[in-house]
Design a protein around this ligand. Structure first.
Ligand code: NAD
Ligand code: HSO
Ligand code: ZN
Length: 439
């Protein structure tokens, strides 16, 4: 097991460059090599289609698959193997996620911006969507619900799920059953960058989709980025990479709770990043002691210990300064365990999902409170939103102007077409007002 780092950094003592270094994501260090590796996987899928999917699965997942598609019979078998308790928990999580996302339904917005000028904002489901479910390190059925529930509510025509195989070539029963709860139409056993390439480019077996959703490791995230830049009309949800959590805690926080929260994300993978920011030296030291004690009891202690080698413990001068550190890092998850966390809402910026108070662990949002756990990482929470129902549809506008409505705004339009020197635009307005057209 690797030795976690327990250095405490005094924020005040760091200059601007040192502060940037401290808040850098660990995975970005090798980005050029990563980009070349992923580009060659994408090229192989483009050239060889299904054959590449089988070959790359054998190379990276260590299994020789006979087929990619999961059959209806396999879905029924997966259901039959799960215990009643597990089925009931999947159903309960589904119901709560459904409740929160169903409340996000869009209604048309119609505004008569000027007499006779009627503008409407409408929404329509994206036709075909691909859901990436990570399973390299741990199979994540909870992610199926986070992606499948909004896709179902949005009524996307075709919902395709991809997931890497385990060492026996299988997808976890819980993933298949969760997909079935969400009415997913197709399930394929393939993961990594090659799965994203198949969804974006299409192969004989896996037809291309319009948009790919879901988190994944650095290969998956890089493939999403590259393909969305290369293929016109193909989109991705967001860069949702290795998990991150930043905890702001004050002197009154329970160090055992804080340690448990940090470990809960450290166990995702060696690339996960966990950060504690506090103005209390005592709380930091007690949390470090609690981490080293709790770590030894975890089944994934080796993975968590690796992530803890780049953990950060940052001592600030005040709660206000802790908030500033968090805002400049832009964490995927932000947990606030302070005396009055509600008072910080409004000041807390750039976080994908915020958990307030001692009894709001991130695990609640990861599984079952109802919010979405697919969230921007790498600091993209500064510009991307957490996943929601809106991501599964597109908005478009419709407008209708009466002749009088057009006449009312014609002087404004003509003045501006003149300013831009675009006569044909102006003509498309004036020709209508000059013509006696009864239609
Ligand atoms: N941001 C979010 O919202 C969110 C949510 C859930 C999970 N996550 C993150 O998702 C990630 C899941 O990662 P994972 O690895 O467990 O599963 P994964 O399914 O993302 O990746 C596994 C695949 O990676 C490919 N791969 C492995 N080694 C490779 C190599 N050397 N070269 C090329 N391809 C290779 C393989 O094809 C394998 O199937 C974790 O980092 C977790 O923290 C993020
Ligand atoms: N914390 C992850 C997002 O970063 C989501 C997850 C799934 N299962 C457990 N956790
Ligand atoms: Zn998690």
């Amino acid at each position: 097991m690797m030795t976690p780092s327990y250095d405490t950094l005094q924020w005040q003592a760091l200059d601007e460059n040192a502060r940037k270094d401290v808040l850098q994501r660990p995975v970005l260090a090798s980005s050029e090599i990563l980009s070349a590796q992923v580009a060659s996987i994408v090229e192989k899928v483009q050239e060889e289609g299904d054959q590449a999917l089988f070959a790359l699965t054998e190379k990276f997942d260590g299994v020789a698959l006979k087929q990619l598609a999961i059959t209806e019979q396999q879905v029924e078998q997966a259901k039959a193997r799960l215990s009643a308790k597990r089925l009931q928990s999947l159903q309960q999580a589904y119901d709560q996620i459904f409740a929160f996302h169903n409340a996000q339904q869009f209604s048309d917005i119609t505004v008569e911006t000027s007499p006779g000028v009627v503008c409407t904002l409408k929404s329509e489901a994206i036709e075909s969507v691909g859901l990436y479910i990570p399973a390299g390190s741990a199979p994540l059925p909870s992610t199926v619900l986070m992606l499948g529930v909004p896709a179902k509510i949005a009524q996307c025509d075709r919902v395709v799920l991809v997931c890497p195989p385990d060492k026996n070539g299988n997808i976890a029963d819980e993933i298949i059953v969760a997909a079935n709860l969400c009415n997913v139409n197709e399930i394929y056993t393939v993961g990594g960058a090659q799965a994203i390439a198949a969804l974006a480019l299409g192969t004989n077996t896996i037809k291309a989709v319009n948009k790919v959703f879901g988190p994944g490791n650095k290969y998956v995230t890089e493939a999403k980025k590259q393909l969305s830049q290369q293929i016109p009309g193909f989109a991705i949800d967001m860069p949702a990479g290795p998990s991150e959590v930043l905890v702001i805690a004050d002197d009154k926080a329970n160090p055992e709770f804080v340690a448990a929260d940090l470990l809960s994300q450290a166990e995702h993978g060696p690339d996960s990043q966990v950060i504690l920011v506090s103005e209390s030296q005592r709380l930091i030291e007690q949390t470090q002691a609690a981490i080293s004690k709790q770590l030894t009891r975890l089944s994934r202690k080796d993975i968590a210990a690796q992530a803890l080698t780049h953990a950060r413990y940052i001592k600030t001068q005040s709660l206000q300064e802790s908030v500033e550190v968090s805002n400049s890092y832009g964490p995927e998850h932000l947990i606030v365990q302070t005396e009055s966390p509600q008072q910080l809402i409004g000041q807390l910026r750039n976080a994908g999902s915020i958990f307030l108070g001692a009894y709001s662990p991130e695990s609640a949002g990861d599984y079952a409170s109802g919010t979405n756990h697919v969230l921007p990482t790498y600091g993209y929470s500064k510009v991307y939103s957490s996943l929601s129902l809106a991501d599964f549809s597109r908005r478009y506008t419709v407008q209708t102007l009466s002749k009088q409505g057009l006449a009312n705004i014609a002087p404004c339009i003509l003045e501006l077409t003149d300013a831009e020197g675009l006569d044909a635009h102006g003509n498309a307005v004036s020709i209508r007002l000059e013509t006696n057209n009864e239609q």
